[in-house]
Design a protein around this ligand. Structure first.
Ligand code: EPZ
Length: 438
């Protein structure tokens, strides 16, 4: 089994560059299937399990997909299927956003319903509500949703989202690109990743206005073509490094971070006593005195409020804060599974409803802990860097879904962290034994 081994207590120093945003590149790869001609080149694509998964999904329906260093080249002219493999789609919720592009371009799509996710039930009712408003029929058949547009194609509609769902906004926006007439999405998700998606769609010849606001207008066009696009930096990765730098760093500089995308985190870190310098090419964070944040009350909510994807990392940072802190998780029902793992390290946290109450302790102590989702994994790594002694983090596949070379980046900041694959370690010992130097 592969695990991370962290020797805590060393301060992080130096510069680290964040990769392209996972949650932008995933819908962008899905959107590339809208192009009936021409090549798309997407730059600054992170090397992540989820990205490989989405590349496999669009390749499986006939697109040609090639990764060349940090770029992905896609030609969607040759797509011959609107039914991506059930197992591929079911395994990653984000794959569901291939529904909108395929329905819009081909008039039909059969997409596996997303599997249960360990951060709470995550339905797709708002996605389907949007497709039906544009004239599609939807039926559930053997775990997949079968979508069928009218023979004359989808038509524009005014759609109100009960929840500003990121995925539903993306799926409906893409379905509307080749529909007849104008679609208006109200109470749309305003995340920067959706703005990035809209910019790529417009480069492909779509007509999308208002992305990043509550109301998005899409005027359907006849066809779309490939386009070049550079993905925005990953604001959640940037926030993860800034948080680590605030508690265990000494002037860490996060290159390529965009402060406008994480104003809520920056405000909270300054409230907790950290000093943030906003530079043209990145952000520097100076730690609070003695590495202990001042206590905070944090509430996650939809963008631009404090992001749920930085909740676990903030819980970790507040475990050694002065006084009592609270973090309320309003987006997902079950996103505190990292708390039990942090308690193994001496954190004093209890949950009341959807709020974690954290009594700050002097320090954490290293332990063997297991990641339960990708952001929980990042939180455990931060805790391991903060703790006294050695921490082992298991469940690395969660971390590899969303962090490109996290160990290498932290090592470049001076962290004593390494990945060990028990098989490798076993092999190395056997080799050493055989050569007599064991
Ligand atoms: C996106 O997920 C992100 N994933 C998540 O990041 C992020 O936590 C989430 O948005 C919220 O910001 C990607 O972009 C790939 P939602 P998504 O639809 O689109 C409910 C990470 O760590 N809902 O905004 O699935 C849903 O149950 C991941 O990178 C409905 O009820 O999130 C949830 O409670 C984790 N019906 C809430 O809305 C629907 O039809 C927000 O979900 C759709 C959603």
């Amino acid at each position: 089994m592969t695990r991370m081994i962290i020797e805590g207590g060393r301060r992080l120093e130096g510069r680290v560059r964040v990769s392209g945003a996972k949650n932008a590149v995933l819908p962008i790869l899905a959107a590339s299937t809208l192009a009936s001609s021409g090549l798309s080149t997407i730059d600054d694509v992170p090397d992540l399990l989820d990205v490989a998964h989405m590349m496999d999904t669009v390749a499986a329906i006939g697109a040609t997909v090639r990764r060349a260093n940090g770029s992905v080249r896609i030609n969607a002219e040759s797509i011959w299927s609107t039914e991506p493999p059930y197992d591929l789609v079911r395994r990653m919720r984000a794959s569901f956003v291939v529904a909108g592009p395929l329905l819009s371009r081909f008039g039909t799509a059969t997409i596996a319903l997303p599997g249960g996710c360990n951060i709470g039930p995550r339905p797709v009712d708002l996605h389907i509500k949007g497709f039906e408003a544009m004239g599609a029929t939807a039926s559930i058949d053997s775990g997949a949703v079968r979508l069928q547009a009218p023979k004359e194609g989808l038509h524009g509609a005014r759609i109100y989202l009960d929840i500003p769902s990121v995925g539903a906004t993306q799926n409906i926006m893409m379905a509307a690109c080749l529909a007849n007439g104008q679609t208006i999405i109200e109470n749309a998700a305003k995340e920067p990743e959706n703005v990035d998606l809209a910019n790529y769609l417009n480069a492909m010849g779509a007509h999308v206005r208002g992305a990043g606001t509550d109301t998005i207008r899409i005027d359907g066009v006849k066809s779309m073509h490939g386009a070049n696009h550079t993905v925005i930096p990953d604001r959640i990765e940037a926030g993860t490094f800034l948080l680590a730098g605030a508690v265990i760093g000494n002037g860490v500089y996060v290159e390529n971070a965009v402060s406008e995308h994480i104003m809520s985190l920056i405000a909270k870190l300054e409230e907790a006593g950290a000093k943030i310098e906003d530079h043209v090419s990145g952000i520097r964070v100076w730690p609070v005195e003695r590495g202990r944040l001042r206590n905070l009350d944090v509430k996650t909510h939809y963008y631009p409020a404090y992001p749920t994807d930085l909740q676990a990392q903030m819980v970790a940072g507040l475990t050694t804060a002065f006084g009592t802190s609270t973090i309320s998780e309003t987006v997902f029902e079950n996103r505190f599974m990292h708390v039990a793992e942090l308690q193994r390290m001496g954190a004093e946290i209890h949950i009341e409803g959807r709020t974690a109450i954290i009594n700050g302790t002097e320090r954490l102590s290293g332990a063997t802990v297991t990641a339960t989702d990708l952001r929980a994994g990042a939180a455990l790594v931060i805790a391991g860097l903060m703790a006294e002694g050695q921490t082992e983090v298991l469940g690395l596949h969660h971390i590899d879904r969303g962090y490109d070379n996290l160990v290498g980046k932290l090592q470049s900041l001076g962290a004593r962290i390494r990945r060990v694959d028990d098989d490798d370690e076993g092999t190395a010992r056997a080799l050493l034994k055989r050569t007599g130097s064991m």
